[in-house]
Unconditional design. Structure first.
Length: 248
């Protein structure tokens, strides 16, 4: 029987996985997107958009569509959907794999300040700088809303949701970003501190190099853990190998 693979997507790795699997002799692939981005880059194959309605809704969808395996290739910070997937997979006895790009690693010259949450990142900022380049996405800016003495450049794909910090300039843009562009942006806006989530990957990594070159501190929000007992693949190729082992 042909495998039906549910890919919880929205990342570059999820698209690459769907592209790799969507061949004439490959499994049936359904990519599920949360629908939070206005114009997402759609992967090949079947696509569904929107939530499942919690753990029970996901489990029912898995059963109704005879899903053989689930690959959680969501953003490393999409904690809720990852834990829902783990619970739904257990309830339906369907194997689950987490596809997570490796996190960033500090290099010589980096001035990183780790934080466990956006709220902790906000508490660190007043001691680190006054002009903040905020690259944590459009969700969660409320954590910085009380920092009225600071100026923020908030970059996101879609317009961020209020409340925002009192002094905020919004920059709507989508990666990948070039090192030259990040250097120019930091210089033009006189940025003296960067805030980022440890998303990993190459598309948005140039900002870290630009910050290192400029000698400015970087607040790095640690990613949440993968649910207990869920195996992890670092690349789409490792995920394909995991699927092949299931078929074998």
């Amino acid at each position: 029987m042909t495998l039906h693979v549910l890919v919880l997507g929205g990342t570059t790795e999820a698209r690459r996985l769907a592209e790799t699997l969507s061949t004439a002799d490959g499994p049936r692939v359904t990519s599920s997107l949360a629908g939070r981005v206005t114009h997402p880059r759609l992967p090949p194959g079947e696509v569904r958009v929107g939530g499942f309605g919690g753990v029970d809704g996901m489990a029912e969808w898995i059963r109704a569509h005879r899903v053989s395996a689930v690959i959680d290739a969501t953003h490393p910070f999409a904690r809720t959907i990852s834990f829902h997937a783990a619970s739904a997979a257990r309830a339906t006895h369907v194997p689950l794999l987490a596809l997570r790009r490796p996190g960033w690693v500090p290099m010589a010259g980096d001035r990183w300040h780790p934080a466990d949450s956006l709220e902790e990142a906000a508490r660190l900022l007043p001691e680190l700088g006054r002009r903040v380049f905020l690259t944590t996405g459009r969700m969660g800016l409320a954590a910085f809303a009380g920092l009225d003495a600071l100026w923020f450049l908030a970059r996101s794909v879609d317009a961020p949701e209020p409340p925002l910090p009192a002094h905020t300039e919004v920059l709507l843009d989508r990666g990948p970003f070039s090192l030259e562009g990040e250097r120019a942006l930091i210089h033009r806006h006189r940025v003296d501190v960067l805030v980022t989530k440890d998303s990993g990957g190459e598309a948005t990594a140039p900002k870290l190099t630009a910050a290192r070159e400029a000698g400015i501190p970087v607040v790095v929000v640690r990613r949440p853990p993968v649910p207990d007992g869920v195996p992890v693949a670092a690349t789409p190729e490792e995920a394909v190998a995991w699927l092949s082992a299931l078929e074998g």
